[in-house]
Design a protein around this ligand. Structure first.
Ligand code: F6P
Length: 338
């Protein structure tokens, strides 16, 4: 139905029409704003040292992470793209302590957007993959400005989610709740073109991604699963596994969408009270929606990520176990066993 020359904007308009949904153009406009932020970030990421965007900014975000120059630039590019066109009513970003409402005089739109403007930013200075992650929620009706409470919604309420991977090519991967589609940036014409229609996560896998340097802190269930992976064909899982770690969640999720696998950032004894390490609103939920829409699973080990009750903190953390359906089910069985 879509040709190989289908642009992101055409795709979104056509998808609405195909589903018989009323379209005012605002949602298409919002996704276009996000894609423009991503293209602007891609241009700088690709220039790297030539654009003077490597290195640290000398500041910290709300979670105490040292901010890179490019974290702040990417954050500004998202804000600029979202606050000027009347599609968005408020934002929550990894790089902002509080939620952001629009300046006086700007038209408030119907959507809220949460984002991690530069996921895996420690990869920036070594010229390895980084990305952006975003999630779209409906803004509350009849309210001038949203509050933190309005962002405090379970992942099942997302109406769209996606990421942009700044890798050897720049890819924009999107779900609006009807499957997952991938678009590659054609830099000669400045458009994202549909290249990966209806992406599906293979159900089975022999590949896992986990930061094994944290092993001693994991819960027994993850310890046992990991040991059984390492035991290979002779062990209880009877498979020889491969391991990968990009250290940027966007890279891990994209690899899993392309060839299967599991990605774990599980609870460990240091982050148990916080609920995990990764952030629920702009990492866990959007990636869980992508994963489920592509036929995979996304769990904390104890329940669906998208059903985790939000606690009102835009920077709430969550444990993440996501990827190929059968492998995630295997890991959940280890959790069920205690
Ligand atoms: O946002 C956090 C993040 O950079 C993820 O993108 C990535 O998966 C993870 O942290 C890397 O963690 P670590 O520093 O343990 O390798």
């Amino acid at each position: 139905m879509y040709t190989s020359g289908t642009t992101l904007s055409t795709f979104i308009i056509e998808e609405k029409r195909r589903l018989g949904e009323q379209a005012t153009g605002e949602f298409t406009g919002l996704l276009n704003d996000i894609s423009i932020a991503c293209k602007s970030i891609a241009a700088l990421v690709n220039k790297g040292a030539l654009a003077g965007v490597l290195g640290v900014a000398g500041s910290e975000n709300a979670m105490g992470d040292a901010q890179k120059k490019m974290d702040l630039i990417a954050n500004d590019l998202f804000i600029n793209a979202l606050q000027n066109n009347g599609h968005c009513a408020g934002m929550a970003s990894e790089e902002l302590d509080e939620i952001l409402t629009l300046p006086e005089g700007k038209v408030r739109g119907s959507y809220l957007v949460t984002f991690d403007p530069l996921d895996g930013s420690s990869n920036m200075d070594i010229n390895i993959d980084v990305g952006a992650i975003f999630s779209v929620l409906k803004a509350p009706k009849g309210k001038q400005d949203p509050t933190a409470e309005d962002f405090s919604r379970a992942g099942v309420e997302q109406i769209a989610a996606g990421y942009c991977l700044y890798g050897p090519s720049t890819m924009f991967v999107l779900t609006t709740g009807n499957g997952v589609n991938g678009f590659t940036l054609d830099t000669t014409i400045g458009e994202f073109i549909l290249t990966h229609p209806e992406m599906k996560v293979p159900e089975t896998t022999q590949e896992f991604a986990i930061n094994a340097s944290n092993q001693r802190h994991w819960e027994p269930a993850v310890q046992r699963y990991f040991a059984d992976c390492l035991a290979g064909e002779e062990g209880p899982l009877a498979k020889n596994y491969n391991m990968r770690w990009v250290a940027a969640m966007v890279g891990e999720v994209h690899r899993i969408l392309c060839r299967g696998g599991v990605f774990l950032y599980p609870i460990d004894e240091r982050n148990r009270d916080a609920g995990g390490k990764l952030r629920l609103l702009y990492e866990g939920n959007p990636m869980a929606m992508i994963m489920e829409q592509a036929g995979g699973l996304a769990s904390t080990g104890y329940g669906r990520i998208m059903e985790v009750a939000p606690n009102g903190d835009p920077h709430q953390r969550v444990a993440v176990i996501m990827g190929s359906k059968q492998e995630v089910e295997t890991i959940l069985a280890y959790h069920d066993a205690g």
